[in-house]
Design a protein around this ligand. Structure first.
Ligand code: NDP
Length: 331
């Protein structure tokens, strides 16, 4: 049985203080970074504007998180939060407004006050680009998904729609056919933009049917998804396509607005890190979906968090050896 230490941070102000580590973002990557850093004795605070769990919190059921045999994504997020705060992680519900990541001691300005630390771990994630059509938000996590690995198994023997024409759409649709009986790839143009190998593989899959020149106008259903209304952009013709799930793969948007210009990003706007999750700025680490090359899974995000926290500990020790006192040391 896990033995949680009770955090006694009840009435102390979390803001306008110095820490060893500030973590921005409370998904699995940030929470595991917080667990490892706090458990290693680092004075660590995590800032999250919403609930614990990040994208995971929007999922009803999580099958592929080790040991998570019950609970919704939101519940698992909350359990991860409780586990980390039990080891002394401070949890701050606030919105980050700006950051200065280039100084030796970094500054994170939140809606509630300032946080200072020599180490910042960025776990701000990425958000899936949405279609913005009626029904999409209503059925998000209940038939509308962006994750074939997570929700593919729920499509066993069923029919799915996959929206998009890029590598994600065709590659993930191909994966979906391990479960689904049929996958309708709905693309707004007359040709796919995925690379040749992915395209050929998808087009030769008898379970995949690509519909060109169509856009989704509405996701249909009552309790769960029962279809999509599509419109042919050339003819204007409308059609109701019966499907049990809708997978939206029209690109991701990394959440980097708060530090654009301060860190090296790749061509798609993701933060470049080395194998230790260190970014181009000393003392700044990036973990999870915001990181270039991320696998976008709960376990890999969690692993990033652990690696970054160990790297942060090492960075702080080296910094202390250089004679710089960590502002996070209290008393
Ligand atoms: P992309 O940006 O490559 O593709 C997005 C797709 O969604 C495009 O076909 C685009 O249409 C379509 N789209 C965008 N907005 C809308 C909308 N509002 N309604 C309908 N359709 C829309 O994103 P991916 O996630 O597929 O890939 C991101 C990057 O990652 C790419 O560089 C890709 O090559 C890479 N990648 C590589 C993989 C690999 O195995 N090599 C696997 C996955 C990703 P349109 O074509 O008209 O713009």
């Amino acid at each position: 049985m896990l033995n949680f230490r009770i955090t006694r941070s009840g009435d102390e102000s979390l803001y306008d203080k110095d820490y060893d580590v500030v973590i921005v973002g409370g998904g699995p990557a940030g929470l595991v970074a917080g667990l490892y850093a706090a458990r290693a004795g680092l004075n660590t605070i995590l800032v999250e504007k919403s609930v614990a769990g990040g994208q995971m919190a929007t999922t009803e059921r999580v099958d592929n998180c080790p040991g998570c045999i019950e609970g919704s994504g939101a519940e698992i997020g909350e359990w991860m939060r409780r586990q980390a705060t039990g080891f002394g992680l401070k949890w701050a519900n606030a919105e980050v407004l700006s950051m200065n990541l280039l100084a030796d001691v970094k500054m994170v300005l939140t809606s509630e006050g300032r946080l200072r630390a020599p180490v910042v771990i960025l776990a701000t994630g990425a958000r899936p680009r949405k279609l913005g059509v009626p029904g999409e938000d209503q059925f998000w996590g209940r038939g509308v998904s962006v994750c074939a690995t997570c929700d593919g198994p729920f499509m066993e023997g069923k029919v799915a729609a996959a929206v998009g024409g890029g590598d994600s759409a065709v590659k993930e649709s191909d994966y979906l056919t391990r479960f689904a009986e049929k996958v309708h790839v709905l693309h707004r143009r007359d040709q796919l933009r995925a690379d040749r190998a992915n395209t050929e593989r998808a087009l030769s899959n008898p379970k995949i049917d690509v519909r060109y020149n169509v856009v989704v106008e509405r996701v249909l259903g009552e309790d769960r998804v029962r279809g999509v209304q599509i419109r042919n952009v050339l003819t204007g013709e409308m059609e109701e396509l019966p499907v049990d799930g809708v997978f939206v793969w029209i690109g991701m948007i990394p959440n980097t607005d708060l530090f654009t210009g301060q860190l090296a990003l790749d061509d798609w706007g993701y933060v470049v890190t080395d194998a230790r999750m260190a970014t181009s700025a000393p003392g700044v680490f990036a973990v999870g979906d915001v990181r270039a090359g991320a696998t976008r899974q709960i376990v890999t995000a969690a692993a990033d968090g652990a690696v970054a926290a160990l790297g942060a500990d090492e960075y702080l020790h080296k910094r202390t050896e250089r004679g710089l006192v960590s502002p996070g040391v209290e008393g």
